[in-house]
Write a protein that binds this ligand. Sequence first.
Ligand code: CTP
Ligand code: CA
Length: 225
Amino acid sequence: LARGVAEPDLAGRHVVVSAGGTREPLDPVRFLGNRSSGKQGYALARTAAARGARVTLVAANASLPDPAGVDVVPVGTAVELREAMLRAAADADAVVMAAAVADFRPAAYAAGKIKKKGDQEPAPIALVRNPDILAEIAADRPRSGQVVVGFAAETDDVLANGRAKLKRKGCDLLVVNEVGERKTFGSEENEAVVLGADGSETPVAHGPKEALAETVWDLVAERLG
Ligand code: CTP
Ligand code: CA
C-alpha cells in the first residue's frame, strides 16, 4: 500500500505506541527477555506521524533509530513500561500496545552477579506476574472516546484465541498474528487479521509492517470519528 501523499487524518491527535520487548533483570548482567525487535511499533509510530499525529513512542529495548518528529520514551522493564504508558495515555486519543510485555518477572533481583556454587545444580528461578498494561488502560480509559489497540501473537486456533483475548483485554481492536518458526519476530513483513470489539474482522495480506500499521490507523481513525 503506497501512499504518495500522506493523509493528515490524524492531525491534532495524540497517539501513544509501545514497541519492543521488556527485559526483566535477574542480576546486574542477566535478564528474562523476548525476541520482539520493535519494528512493528516503530512502523506504527512513523506512519502515525506521517498522518499528522503527535506521537509518543514508548520503546522497550529496541535497537532502532528514533523516528523523525516522534517523542521517544525509552524503558526497560514491564513496570517501567506501565508507568510511561499510563503517563502518556492520560491525554491520548489512541493507545496501541505493540510491545511484547513479559508476563512474569523474577521474584527477586540479586544486587550482585549470581555465581555458581561448586558443582551444585542451580536453584529454580521464582517468578511473579507483571501488571497487564493493556487491560488496565482499556478498563480505565483516562480520556473518553480513547481508542485502545492490542497485538497478539497466537498459534493453533488463531482467530478463536484472538476473539477470547480481545474480550478479556477489553480493547477496541486486536491485531492477531499467527506465529511460527520464522514468522513475525525480527522479520520485515507481517500478516494479520485485525479483530474489532464491534465484531469486525479485517484481514491484512502478507506485506511490510508499514502496510499493517496503515490499516491499524485506518481503523483507529474510523473509531475516532
Ligand atoms: N500486554 C500488556 N501487559 C502484559 C501482557 C501483555 O499490556 N503484562 C499486552 C501486549 O502488549 C499485547 C496484548 O496485551 O498488546 C496481548 O499480549 P499477549 O501476550 O498476547 O496477552 P496475554 O494476556 O499475556 O496472554 P498470553 O497468556 O497468551 O501470553
Ligand atoms: Ca503474554
